[in-house]
Ligand binder design. Sequence first.
Ligand code: SAH
Length: 243
Amino acid sequence: MIDIWEKTLDWKPSLEQQELFQCLYKLIVEGNRQLNLTRITDPEDFWEKHLWDSLRGIKFLISGEGIDTRKNQIIDLGTGAGFPGIPVAIVVKNSTVNLVDSTKKKINFIDSILPVLNLNNTFATTCRAEEIGRDSHHRETYDIALIRAVASASACAEYTLPLLKLGGLAVIYRGNLTDQEINNMENAVEQLGGVIESIEQFNTPISNSDRHCLYLRKVANTPAKFPRSVGVPAQRPLSGIRS
Ligand code: SAH
């Protein structure tokens, strides 16, 4: 797979990182026997949909000249079995990664595998995105917020933007993304103190599946009323109508 990493991300994993990816694969397959963690367990599928996809979203941090050496505070919301956050933590060693999910059994699983992967820069927290976004220890403290397959694009914006420092970046990983969703996003993002910096469309390198990454830059403080209470961002996503 080294060739594909180089061609698509202008980056290649070190031997240590390749071993850690292997180890992560084994741990997930073992964990899946007892817990329903992920549908993706075929080795090639795992490589493409969990490893490659997770790192494609942070290409801007790793490709070309080499790893960005700034110490970034990163949060992954709705991480599930640890994606995209664990592959990111393996690759961006100089940063701190907080993996957050509302399901305790998933966070317990992650807690059990972090020491095996020797990821001292990584923590796991059981919490709802709506709650951690209101917690003063976390609000406006992150440089990068990642979120994949958790909610609609507008709800993801409401979960991520409150957690970012000014100048921070939210990365929303999507499969399909319609024009309607993009239209709804624009106003939602503005209300939350962000702007849509870019939208990247690409295909995955093996199965050629459609993917989008939305990059939101935080340009103003998020008003205190956001994120709204648990469940509200997903049930009543912010749209074109100003609240
Ligand atoms: N990001 C992972 C998992 C996606 S499944 C991946 O791409 O593989 C969605 C996960 O988000 C589930 O584990 C669910 O428990 C979590 N989740 C959903 N809503 C959430 C919320 N409001 N706050 C925190 N976690 C949430």
